[in-house]
Design a protein around this ligand. Structure first.
Ligand SMILES: C[S@@+](CC[C@H](N)C(=O)[O-])C[C@H]1O[C@@H](n2cnc3c(N)ncnc32)[C@H](O)[C@@H]1O
Length: 240
């Protein structure tokens, strides 16, 4: 990576990894030493279609958690700011970002902040923002998407992944099938932990609701909207 430090001893790396209660991300922090994440985010990389070459680009990773996507973008040449409000229960006493950053010798900057307050931040403008598995957690999705547009340069890109819902949905052998009774935009609200057992899974949209809100907050869809399980994946461009 960008670090100047000598390669980390694998035993030392394992000791540092063990100081973090729960890892969300699987990150290779030293040769052959990978954190035991609860998510296989390496499989997700292809689905997110993050550009392979980010040389000269400024990237903002919102809801970065342990930082897998931030470090990946840095390895692809970007200047990265990683941001998280540390509200996730998975974070427990803290996420693994600092430990991973040190072990990797990374230069990624870390900010503790709520995405909804970004518009007032001093972070400047970004070419690419990652908003991966965060939209349904925020208090006010519309405010969050507007705040993201405010820190993205005109024409800049957002990579977005979110939980979504249909009116009718059944699971067959682990795969969701469903449809909307009509094509109206909708956002469901779950005040407690009704959605996948997580108390901050508040706002899943349907497809039309997601597209409608993006278009109303300064974004246009760019390319396909893909679905895997109960998640939608898309790229959006900031409109001028
Ligand atoms: C489900 S995790 C997703 C982590 C990572 N982006 C991924 O996809 O693996 C959601 C993360 O977003 C953070 N988060 C939730 N609400 C936020 C907000 N309003 N502003 C900034 N970060 C937030 C949480 O602390 C958590 O680390």
């Amino acid at each position: 990576m960008n670090g100047s430090s000598a390669p980390v001893d694998p035993g030392e790396a394992r000791e540092r990894i063990a100081t973090v209660a729960t890892w969300r991300h699987s990150i290779e922090v030293a040769p052959g030493v990978v954190t035991e994440g609860t998510v296989d985010n390496r499989t997700e990389l292809g689905r997110l279609r993050i550009p392979a070459d980010l040389a000269g680009q400024r990237v903002l990773d919102v809801g970065c958690s342990d930082g897998f996507y931030s470090f990946t973008c840095e390895q692809r040449g970007a200047d990265v700011v990683a941001l998280d409000d540390e509200s996730s229960l998975l974070a427990g006493a803290g996420n693994g970002f600092t430990v991973a950053k040190e072990l990797l010798g990374s230069q990624v900057a870390y900010r503790v902040a709520d995405v909804e307050t970004l518009a007032e931040s001093d972070l400047g403008q970004f070419d690419l923002v990652l908003f991966v598995n965060v939209l349904y957690h925020v208090q006010n999705p519309q405010r969050a998407l507007r705040a993201l547009a405010a820190v993205t340069r005109p024409g800049g890109r957002m990579v977005l992944k979110t939980i979504f819902r249909n009116d009718v949905r059944v699971w067959v052998r682990g795969r969701p099938y469903g449809f909307d009774l009509d094509r109206k935009p909708k956002w469901w609200y779950f005040p407690n932990d009704e959605l996948v057992g997580h108390p901050t899974n508040w706002w899943p949209p349907n497809r039309a609701g997601l597209v409608g809100m993006l278009e109303a907050t300064g974004w246009r869809i760019d390319g396909p909207i893909d679905q895997h399980g109960d998640r939608l994946y898309l790229h959006a461009r900031r409109t001028t």
